[in-house]
Design a protein. Structure first.
Length: 115
């Protein structure tokens, strides 16, 4: 099983980034996919969720209206489009796949929002 995130980096406040997560080694279309983040010195927190078929999404209040999660089951990828970025969005962002007792994590990608 592999989850490989990409797309992180340094961006100015108000800017945008698109994170991607490429999955392999499991039946991607059967899993709920999540993006979590862990700011420096803080606990990991759930940012966005997308159902296995991509019909339902949910977001943390702190990112609603700014972030969009999407998935492509044919390509086994999940994306997180992040707009109007704020310094408080600075964190390591993790891709997560979950189905019943199965729970897989990527290695994370750093997002830094700073002028």
């Amino acid at each position: 099983v592999q989850l490989v995130e990409s797309g992180g980096g340094l961006v100015q406040p108000g800017g945008s980034l698109r994170l991607s997560c490429a999955a392999s080694g499991f039946t991607f279309s059967s899993y709920v996919m999540n993006w979590y983040r862990q700011p420096p010195g803080k606990e990991r927190e759930l940012v966005a969720v997308i159902s296995s078929a991509g019909v339902t999404t949910n977001y943390a209040d702190s990112v609603k209206g700014r972030f969009t999660i999407s998935r492509d089951n044919a390509k086994s990828t999940v994306n997180l489009e992040m707009n109007s970025l704020k310094p408080e969005d600075t964190a390591v962002y993790y891709c997560n796949a979950r189905r019943f007792e199965y729970n897989y994590w990527g290695q994370g990608t750093q997002v830094t929002v700073s002028s």
